[in-house]
Design a protein around this ligand. Sequence first.
Ligand code: GCO
Length: 462
Amino acid sequence: EIEADQTPPFYLGMATAAPQIEGANATDGRGPSIWDIYEGIPGKIENGDTSAVADDFYHRYLDDIGAMRLLGVKRFRMSIAWPRILPNGDGQINQKGLDFYSRVLEALLVAGIEPHITLYHWDLPQALQDRFGGWNSAQIVPVFAQYASVVFNALGNYASHWTTFNEPWTFCFLGYGQGSGAPGLNDKAQAWNCVYNVLQAHAAAVKQFRALMPGAKISMNLNCDWGQPLSGSQADADAAQRKIEFMLGAFADPIFFGDFPASVKQRISYLPQITSQMAADLKGSIDYFALNHYTSTYVIGQQGAVGLQGPCDYIETQVTPDSHLIGDEADSDWLKVTPWGFRLMLNWVNNRYHPSEIVVTENGISMKGENDMPLAQALEDTQQVNFYRDYIAAATDAVKYDKVPMTGYFAWSLLDNFEWGSGYSKRFGVVHVDYRTQQRFYKASAKFLTQLFNTTVLDPTF
Ligand code: GCO
């Protein structure tokens, strides 16, 4: 439990992603991304929403950075939009795209806010999907490395914390394997090719990073839900372990151990093989463990079960046979409030990989019913405040009592934003956005977080 006057033993940041906040999708030479195209497919995005305007951060970044400065935010996680930098994916560099990020990064530094930069948060230039099938093809590897080197050369001096990819599990298995994200394909073999090509592209980018920016740190943002065995049976315990190996281990095992988990190799017949050269390039290719975590599921061993990732011999549920939910409901149906799972997840990562440092690069909630509430009620976002209080307390316990080396924590998200297939209907921000006027309003959660992490008391009249 966090005592009122106790600052958590890790730093606080606010997280965002370019395609969810920027808007201005056709401005200053930005090329189309696979999400721009996917959003145009009828039925894919709730209410037919698109990311075309989003939070208009492209034009309002100075105000938003000013607001963060007032809140006492010291770290800001953001991503660079590849289609702004290389509108066709490779070839001609769009200087206006680089200039935009120089302006944002300079404004952050002037405000005393340290940027943490992600190179890829799902906005692949559509040209690369059209030309060779995007992440399904090994041709993506040198192209990503070129993009990375353009960004490192132009913007490298602005930040000391970087990541190559955000949640490759999500964009490979939902985007290529299920069709519930861009590019909307439904092919498990392509999804595992995506995993394999992402790993190679990561290694290629990190090589350049190390040569250019020897003092800076790089990682990959990996997401994982905690998997809790539904029963006390050995089969469920094994299944829960396997679930985490399939989701997190598919990326982290190659990076730490040079190979996919045995549980995955045994079951996925179309899994590409990691060569010894690739293993050597991957091992040691991250400087800190970047974890995105939101929720937990129950896991049940079941021979023959096929999941999102193919044959896996387990199924997942968030409700017990006698109808008990694993945690309170949020607005997003996949998210149940389970702070105890966060502590277990942090321990799992620490016990398996022994990373020198863990930074939680996303954690947050869309409050149940928030999108339908009158503004005043949405701003008193008690469920969101309680979520942050309890998850931060669970992480504090992991640090204090379990000796997990967690050093940083980013709340998802600064602003309500374009929540992918859910459009604007789910609100993860600690700042409310009125999408008709683009006006911003602090929620109680913004004040709670900044008071928890800062000793100064906020002016209540923001
Ligand atoms: C990610 C996440 C974010 C989401 C958040 C809430 O991949 O980083 O998907 O972009 O908005 O996780 O669902």
